[in-house]
Design a binder for this molecule. Structure first.
Ligand SMILES: Cc1cc2nc3c(=O)[nH]c(=O)nc-3n(C[C@H](O)[C@H](O)[C@H](O)COP(=O)(O)O)c2cc1C
Length: 191
């Protein structure tokens, strides 16, 4: 399978990149292709809410000339999507959020009889790293992710949340084992 990963942390060697690296290593070890997107290396402007994209149904119809269309085309070629973000104020990082909002240009007739998404039918997972616990902290982002995946007609699997992160070297064996286990379940579609 072709697995596109979207790394949403500004820190290239931080907690999120480290855990995502374990996921990517597992995907490759099991014979899959990984197409990694590091969002901080790209320019993705915020959605301007012009709605011009709503007139285009067969392509990402956004009028903004930045990297988003090329990134979406890579995501459209994927079988599986993995989004990864540090938890920032209970939500997606500011680096990732513009791309999340821009998914708007992939969806037509939301809730209507012709509701469609250019990412329709893909399996999608979310990795979150955070300094605090899961409860009352990393709960809202999981709900937002599920809601977002419904909107773009992807099939969200159980999120992988790594709580109580300090530094990457302190992540520990258990976090690595959880990451490998989660990656294997994602590949086998066993959630
Ligand atoms: C702006 C900002 C906001 C944050 N908000 C939260 C939060 O709401 N809850 C939490 O547990 N950790 C929060 N953190 C901590 C990060 O989520 C955590 O350190 C994460 O593992 C960092 O990932 P990275 O090393 O990939 O950047 C925040 C960190 C920053 C810089």
């Amino acid at each position: 399978m072709n697995i596109v990963t979207v790394m949403g942390s500004p820190r290239p060697r931080g907690n999120t990149a480290t855990v995502l690296g374990w996921l990517e290593e597992t995907f490759r070890d099991r014979g899959h292709d990984v197409d990694p997107i590091i969002i901080s290396e790209h320019t993705v402007y915020p959605c301007q809410a012009c709605a011009v994209c709503k007139r285009v149904t067969d392509a990402p119809g956004c009028v903004q000339r930045d990297d988003a269309e090329a990134l979406f085309r890579r995501m459209m070629a994927a079988h599986v999507l993995v989004y990864a973000t540090p938890l920032y104020c209970w939500e997606f990082s500011a680096q990732l959020k513009p791309l999340i909002d821009r998914h708007y240009c992939l969806v037509t007739d939301f809730g209507g009889p012709d509701w469609n998404s250019l990412l329709r039918g893909k399996r999608a997972g979310l990795l979150v790293t955070c300094a605090g616990p899961v409860a009352d902290n990393a709960d809202l982002i999981q709900q937002a992710f599920v809601r977002m995946m419904e909107y773009i007609q992807c099939r969200a699997v159980e999120c992988l949340v790594v709580p109580f992160c300090t530094t990457p070297d302190q992540l520990g064996v258990e976090a690595r084992e959880r990451a490998v286990f989660w990656a294997e379940r994602l590949l086998a579609d066993r959630f």
